[in-house]
Design a binder for this molecule. Structure first.
Ligand code: GLP
Length: 240
């Protein structure tokens, strides 16, 4: 059963996770972080700025959860750009140690396998940060994803494209496909931290934490993991 921590607001939740990550990096300077995008983990990355001040982060490694397919990595909304802007630059991480799946059309045939190999070669992910989609997706593992899945190309649902349209000019600019760590990949991380804030996430959170373990709600896969912390505000916890 996941440990659920209800916090008054997102910055408090971000601070709790940042404390854990900063302690991990002090203990293991070459820690491997699993980095999520979306708006939810931003308070974690913000809090890490002062938690990591003066800490040697030159050996920290990281793997993003997912990436859009066919979106130039230079596009401001590619997850490579987002991770660079929100995590790598402000925290002073070495960009050579931070990977995102290769969503380029040229690289796509081998991208999933390469990514899996790179995670294994790094010794696995120490702590995987997760948000959750309103339809219960984690990473971009949409409903119906196999719990054994590895990094691969997926088609985004209409719901997810609508949710993410706010980052693009129109919904038509939101890519149709993505490459995402699989649920099986995520479950191999040593610890999972899932964050969710706001009423819009309440149903997904209830399903993930207390609902049946089902591919219809990919976030429920966290119930199969032994070391999971769920950090939610009152609104996101309201259906628990
Ligand atoms: C995005 C990302 C997920 C993220 C989720 C929620 O599509 N691929 O990793 O957890 O949707 O996003 P947000 O945190 O902005 O609500």
């Amino acid at each position: 059963m996941a440990e659920v921590i209800i916090v008054p607001d997102a910055p408090t939740g971000g601070g709790i996770v940042a404390d854990e990550i900063a302690a991990l990096i002090r203990r293991r300077p070459d820690a491997v972080l699993g980095l999520a995008t979306g708006s939810t983990p931003l308070p974690v990355y913000e809090a890490l700025r002062d938690r990591l001040a003066g800490v040697d982060v030159s050996r920290v490694r990281g793997f993003a959860l997912d990436e859009y397919v066919g979106l130039d990595t230079a596009h401001p909304e590619s997850y490579r750009s987002v991770i660079t802007r929100e995590v790598v630059e402000p925290l002073g991480l070495d960009p050579r140690h931070i990977r995102t799946p290769d969503g380029s059309l040229d690289g796509i045939a081998r991208a999933g396998e390469d990514y899996e190999e790179a995670i294994v070669a790094a010794g696995g992910i120490d702590v995987q940060i997760l948000g959750i989609g309103t339809d219960g997706h984690i990473g971009f593992n949409e409903p119906g994803s196999s719990f054994a899945s590895r990094t691969r190309v997926k088609t985004l649902t209409r719901q997810t494209r609508e949710d993410n349209a706010r980052f693009f000019e129109t919904i038509d600019d939101v890519p149709m496909h993505c490459i995402t760590q699989g649920l099986g990949t995520i479950l191999r991380a040593r610890t999972l931290v899932l964050l969710a804030f706001g009423e819009g996430k309440a149903e997904a959170v209830a399903g993930a934490v207390e609902g049946p373990v089902t591919a219809s709600l990919p976030g429920s896969a966290i119930q199969l993991h032994e070391h999971v912390t769920v950090i939610v505000d009152e609104a996101a916890a309201s259906r628990l």
